[in-house]
Design a protein around this ligand. Structure first.
Ligand SMILES: Cc1ncc(COP(=O)(O)O)c(C=O)c1O
Length: 495
């Protein structure tokens, strides 16, 4: 079957190329449909696991098999069950079998290679014990270290150390009170300059940047149009805002336009008053699909229907575009066309936290209205310094071309890695330029087997299955880094 794939039967692949003159470059994404035989075998795999799950639950009920999962207290056994649902059944009977593939503790910097702490389980993955052995130099194909700035040597680490000596680690106050450091102000100016917008504000956590700022921007009487594959932090933010949420098909512009048109024509339910605000929420790179947002089309639609655009660049900032400025740079667009630019420092910058950037009025408004701006302790100084130093490096403001080379290296590695996987006959998802590379595994047994077999070969990978993906679309998700050399990726493995 794999050999057959080598012939690149593109007839099964959905290609989207230059579209209505909006794109200045070819836009190629492939999402091959699950082949029928594979789908049938995958469902059979889940069927067999489910039958065994029920059998084992029967044995556990009669205490023939031991079970350590959360269960109702004996004195509350007449209550409506607190823990009984399908996901609990799934966790107990399917996830537990392959749980060793996740949460593995690492004991080094998560660079191109990393060290793992070896652990074993004597009770079929219910609990783990450490063997005190360290598995060294495991190739890291899982961290979001796109530009290789997750490192413990070099200018970023040195400046973070220096700043720690001067400012310490904790700030112990909020930005509004005594936690507003000169380093925070410098970082925010730099972020605005990096993105080419008027102003920016940073927050201590990327997840909270979304979940706490969307409620400050939208509320009752507003409509949020959200891509179906948006990150949990965006979904939570939209729900907390109290706005009406409508979901459009992933990256599907017909679906988005239909919702926009309906929103304009019908207005709010019952009263038919116009919506107070319509906010389109999308991501730059989708981290499970490896797809890139069709930004030129989204911007055209938002202008046509006078909606606002919230763009989450968690995975694309630093990782896309000739200058590493994200998806706006990738498509050669004007950053001012995006109303709210959001991103995180956790990935390409090897730090922590998130930002919101855009017009000065937007940022001033958020400074006093966002819960994460007002009530959360401000960012730790070494983290701020890591962001400043890595961002200056990408911008070439450190007087070197290191940052520029890393951006180019990441783009080259991505194209090379995707091409080699295709040549080897694997089915990959997403955009050709996306450093997030999902490789389809489909069958449940392969999720655990692939993760374990790769680790035997000293390669650390992330495997993903239901509920993070549709049930028949389990996959391995590789994240390419500028720190990976071609030798690391392929030759060392003799592939
Ligand atoms: C699209 C997106 N937004 C927000 C976040 C949250 O960012 P953080 O991990 O920095 O809290 C993530 C995390 O992976 C993400 O993928």
């Amino acid at each position: 079957y794999l050999r057959e794939r080598e012939r690149h039967d593109w007839s099964h692949v959905h290609l989207a190329s230059c579209y209505g003159g909006l794109y200045g470059r070819p836009f190629i994404e492939s999402f091959e449909e699950t082949p029928m035989l594979v789908a049938v075998l995958t469902y059979m795999g889940y069927g067999i696991l489910t039958i065994f799950g029920y059998l084992r639950d029967f044995l556990r009920h009669w205490q023939i098999e031991k079970c350590s999962i959360a269960r109702e207290k004996e004195n509350q056994k007449d209550f409506v069950p607190l823990y009984q649902d399908f996901e609990n059944f799934y966790t107990r009977n399917l996830y537990m079998r392959i749980r060793d593939n996740w949460n593995r503790p690492i004991c080094s910097v998560p660079g191109a290679k990393m060290d793992l702490m070896e652990r074993t389980s004597r009770d079929y993955n219910w609990t783990f014990e450490y063997t005190d052995r360290v598995v060294q130099d495991v190739i890291n194909l899982g961290s979001y270290n796109y530009l290789g700035f997750a490192e413990n040597t070099g200018p970023c680490a040195d400046s973070a150390c220096e700043v720690t000596m001067k400012y310490g680690v904790g700030v112990t106050s909020t930005r509004q009170e005594i936690g507003n450091l000169d380093r925070h102000e410098e970082m925010e100016k730099l972020v605005a300059k990096f993105l080419g917008v008027e102003s920016a504000m940073a927050f201590g956590m990327g997840f909270a940047t979304n979940s706490m700022n969307i409620p400050a921007l939208a509320g009752k009487g507003c409509l949020i149009l959200s891509d179906e594959l948006n990150h949990a932090s965006l979904v939570l933010g939209a729900r907390l805002s109290g706005s009406t949420i409508r979901v459009f098909k992933h990256n599907n512009m017909q679906s988005l336009e239909k919702l926009l048109r309906e929103a304009i024509v019908h207005g709010q339910p019952r009263t038919h008053r116009p919506w107070k605000k319509i906010l389109i929420v999308v991501e730059g790179i989708y981290s499970m699909e490896g797809s890139i947002v069709r930004l030129p089309e989204v911007i055209a639609l938002k202008k046509r229907y006078r909606a606002y655009l919230y763009l989450d660049e968690a995975h694309s900032i630093g990782a896309l575009g000739p200058k590493g400025r994200g998806v706006v740079d990738y498509f050669g667009l004007d950053p001012c066309d995006v109303d709210v630019m959001m991103g995180t420092f956790t990935k390409s910058f090897g730090a922590a936290g998130g930002y919101i950037a855009g017009k000065r009025e937007l940022i001033e408004y958020l400074r006093s209205h966002s819960h994460s701006a007002v009530y959360a302790t401000s960012m730790s100084p070494p983290v701020v310094e890591q962001i400043i130093t890595s961002m200056k490096c990408i911008m070439g403001e450190d007087g070197t071309t290191i940052g520029c080379k890393r951006v180019r290296q990441l783009a080259d590695n991505t194209v090379y890695f995707r091409k080699r996987l295709r040549e080897m006959g694997f089915i990959t998802y997403g955009n050709n330029d996306s450093p997030v590379v999902p490789m389809m595994l489909y069958m449940p047994a392969k999720i655990g087997a692939f993760g374990r077999e790769m680790l035997k070969r000293n390669i650390g990978v992330v495997v993903v299955g239901f509920p993070a993906t549709p049930i028949i679309e389990s996959r391995a998700r590789f994240c390419i880094s500028a720190a990976h050399t071609k030798d690391i990726i392929f030759r060392e493995q003799g592939c």
